[in-house]
Design a binder for this molecule. Structure first.
Ligand SMILES: Nc1ncnc2c1ncn2[C@@H]1O[C@H](COP(=O)(O)OP(=O)(O)O)[C@@H](O)[C@H]1O
Ligand SMILES: [Mg+2]
Length: 271
């Protein structure tokens, strides 16, 4: 059997916010290289708090995290953040330059890449996100869906080995949702996806990690997860609409793109 390499190891992670709210109560989790993980659970179960520990935005109160062989500690943060790309729910928290180009170049510049390589990475990321034509625009001039993709481009330009998304399809219209789903499905990296949107999770992830009250409650395959309506319901997953996906073979993931028109101008480039 193929040997699996752990790329994220989390051991006994505890975290309490400064106001005394206990958010994580002993999380243990191993993510293997190349896996696509759906991280689910009710609101407040600790998903966002957990992922922010993986690139060192939050520091554990107790426990440890190892990413790609490196402990998540102060002296490794720069290296870890080049390997772990995090895309937040609100794209505007990741777009702060006067042009889209500058925002997407920000990461590579901070990694001290050569100017020629920076330009190449920016072009590549914008092209993948279908945003090349907007390169010189201020990000706030773009639509919400375009800003969501722009936030993804700011991370892609660093070519991280691991990508983590918090609600990447929330508030997107069907067209942008279909585009985003296609992009997530084609990512060549290890991926953790936090979402309540079952069709998106089903189309992009093979494994489901369920959080409950600051702990990992269950780990199961996507097939096992979608076969358990009670489990879906208790974890607040939106499955009442479009649940035809639940009866399809995972190899036939095409219903979103068939039902929803994808903008003719958008043609994702091959990975
Ligand atoms: N900045 C914060 N200050 C205090 N408590 C917080 C903060 N952010 C989240 N929490 C609390 O921590 C717990 C876990 O929240 P969170 O990680 O955001 O859950 P999820 O992403 O699963 O909805 C909840 O009880 C939430 O209210
Ligand atoms: Mg959250």
């Amino acid at each position: 059997m193929e040997k699996k390499t752990p790329i994220i190891t989390i051991r006994n992670l505890h975290y309490t916010y400064p106001d005394g709210t206990v958010a994580l109560r002993g999380v243990n989790l191993t993510v293997f290289e190349g896996e696509s993980i759906a991280l689910v659970g009710k609101n407040g179960s600790g998903k966002s708090t957990l992922i922010k520990h993986i690139n060192g935005l939050y520091r554990p109160e107790e426990g440890e995290i190892i990413v790609d062989g490196l402990p998540v500690v102060e002296e490794n943060l720069r290296e870890i953040r080049s390997r772990v790309g995090m895309v937040f729910q609100d794209p505007d928290s990741q777009l702060f330059c006067s042009t889209l180009y500058d925002d997407v170049a920000f990461g590579p510049i901070n990694l001290d890449m050569e100017p020629g390589l920076i330009e190449q990475r920016v072009h590549e990321a914008l092209e993948k996100m279908g945003l090349l034509e907007f390169m010189h625009r201020p990000p706030h001039d773009l639509s919400f869906g375009q800003r969501k993709r722009a936030a993804m481009a700011t991370v892609l330009s660093m070519r991280p080995k691991i990508m983590i998304f918090d609600e990447p399809t929330s508030n997107l219209d069907p067209k942008n949702e279909a585009i985003m789903t296609g992009l997530l499905r084609d990512l060549p990296t290890t991926m953790i996806l936090v979402s309540h949107d079952l069709p998106i999770l089903y189309q992009t992830c093979q494994k489901v990690v369920i959080m409950r009250e600051g702990k990992i409650d269950q780990i199961l395959s996507m097939q096992e997860f979608i076969s358990d309506v009670n489990l879906l319901r208790t974890n607040g997953l939106d499955f009442t609409f479009r649940c035809d996906c639940c009866h399809q073979d995972p190899k036939h993931h095409r219903y979103l793109t068939e039902e929803q028109e994808i903008s003719e101008s958008f043609e994702p480039s091959p990975p």
